[in-house]
Design a protein around this ligand. Structure first.
Ligand code: ARG
Ligand code: ZN
Length: 436
């Protein structure tokens, strides 16, 4: 009961979690659980929200009354937290009994994650049967430009905090950058591994089409449109997920008492874009998973991408940013549940895409804005694309799944996700090009 009135009492066991060991070069999530709670009463909601606001728990969904709330709980937190739920009569279930078991997805295939990493490094070649390291993806992009100079090019448009390339693959059959263009980005959140995998899969499909030329039935997709594709918008974070699989943010340093006392690193790059920056669903606490940064576009990854997109805002007719998980297509606005003038047009394109997506593997995606379907969050990339760059058709995808595996989606779902998402993207391009 002391906990109920004082969520800070729960923070104490949490501190022990901060010291959980990194063994064999990777943080272990052994004994961690994902709990799913139903916050139907005001008392339940207020208490859990109080805990949420301490920033010491990794909430996979912010507390809300309409849908179950998932949170990651370290071993030290399990007993006090479950006790609190029981005391307050908050119904909960254990969604993931041991997170480490999921993080070793190859255990499903009777192989350890370490073996899988070793195999990836030795074969060097890109494939979509496994999740790939940043260097494999970026080397593959270079190889495409090298093999197909007539339509593929790479461009490094800057470097991340830790000095990694921000690299776009450009697919263009000519026209000096004056054709209508499509922007795709992935990996803005580090742990959402299906995003870079799916975005690079789509890039590969486009390259196959371009390589085949006129005889391919989809040739128009590459011949009448220029593509700008960055599968890894947050390269430092993505690399760091090899050490901590649940890492979300960038890897930039933070100053101030809280950050130094708890060693809190990184900014949420999808709360850092320069449109309605600092609003709902963001935090000014550098220890928070949704830390917005010191100012709009404080992160080099965001600032440089903003500039790149803004400079091409006349060409870019469709802006797509890929996250996971939830199986949703978001229209703007993400920053708040406010009306948008062209909602009907935006929804039509989204619904057609969801239909095309479902026709492939029968995967259901919902369409709507982020505040309508999930939560409000200011400083997101599609809001920048629409609000600042004036790109009419800007969307955010939440790819597979709906929480069974969450971020730890097994690698055998990469190709199905790629296939269905490519169908959605094709549908969007068709609709948007018909509009212009
Ligand atoms: N899961 C995404 C995030 O937390 C949703 C973003 C949707 N876009 C938005 N501007 N709210 O960043
Ligand atoms: Zn995300």
């Amino acid at each position: 009961l002391a906990l109920e009135s004082n969520p800070v009492a729960l923070v104490l066991p949490t501190l022990a979690c901060l010291f959980s060991t990194i063994t064999g070069g990777r943080k272990s999530y052994n004994g961690y659980q994902v709990l799913r709670v139903n916050l139907t009463t005001t008392r339940a909601y207020n208490t859990i929200n109080g805990i949420y606001l301490t920033n010491t728990f990794d909430f996979l969904t912010p507390p809300n009354r309409d849908n179950p709330t998932d949170l990651v709980v370290c071993p030290e937190q399990l007993l006090p937290l479950k006790g609190l739920f029981t005391t307050l009569r908050i119904p909960y279930e254990v969604a993931v009994p041991n997170l480490e078991k999921l993080i070793q997805p190859q255990e499903i295939e009777h192989e350890t994650i370490e073996n899988n990493l070793r195999r990836r490094q030795s074969d060097g070649a890109m494939n979509w049967n496994a999740y790939q390291k940043l260097s494999t993806i970026q080397n593959w992009m270079e190889a495409q430009a090298h093999d197909y100079p007539q339509f593929a090019q790479t461009e490094n448009y800057g470097t991340s905090t830790e000095g990694r390339h921000l690299k776009v693959l450009k697919i263009s059959t000519g026209g000096d950058g004056t054709k209508p263009a499509v922007w795709l980005d992935g990996g803005i959140h580090a742990r959402e591994w299906i995003s870079p995998a799916t975005v690079s899969y789509i890039a590969n499909e486009l390259i196959k089409i371009a390589a085949e030329g006129e005889s391919n039935e989809n040739y128009k997709l590459v011949n009448s449109v220029d593509w700008y594709i960055n599968p890894n918008l947050n390269p430092d974070g993505y690399e760091y997920t090899q050490t901590d699989r649940m890492w979300r943010k960038t890897r930039s340093g933070n100053s101030g008492f809280l950050a130094s006392a708890f060693g809190c690193i990184g900014t949420d790059p999808n709360r850092n874009w320069e449109y309605q920056w600092g609003g709902k669903g963001t935090s000014n606490n550098p220890c928070s998973q949704i830390y917005r940064g010191t100012s709009a576009a404080s992160e080099p990854e965001v600032k440089l991408t903003q500039d790149y997109v803004y400079a091409r805002r006349e060409q870019i007719k469709l802006f797509l940013t890929f996250h996971a998980y939830s199986q949703m297509i978001f229209t703007p606005w993400g920053y708040d549940d406010v009306p948008i003038d062209d909602k009907e047009e935006l929804m039509l394109v989204a619904r057609n895409a969801a239909k095309a997506l479902q026709s492939v593997h029968n995967t259901e995606f919902q369409s709507g804005s982020s505040p309508e379907l999930l939560y409000a969050a200011a400083g997101g990339s599609e809001d920048f694309a629409k609000g600042k760059a004036g790109i009419k058709f800007a969307y955010c995808y939440e790819l597979r799944d709906t929480g069974k595996y969450g971020f730890i989606l097994p690698p055998d779902q990469i190709i199905p996700s790629g296939e269905e998402t490519f169908a959605a993207v094709k549908s969007m391009v068709g609709d948007v090009m018909a509009y212009y």
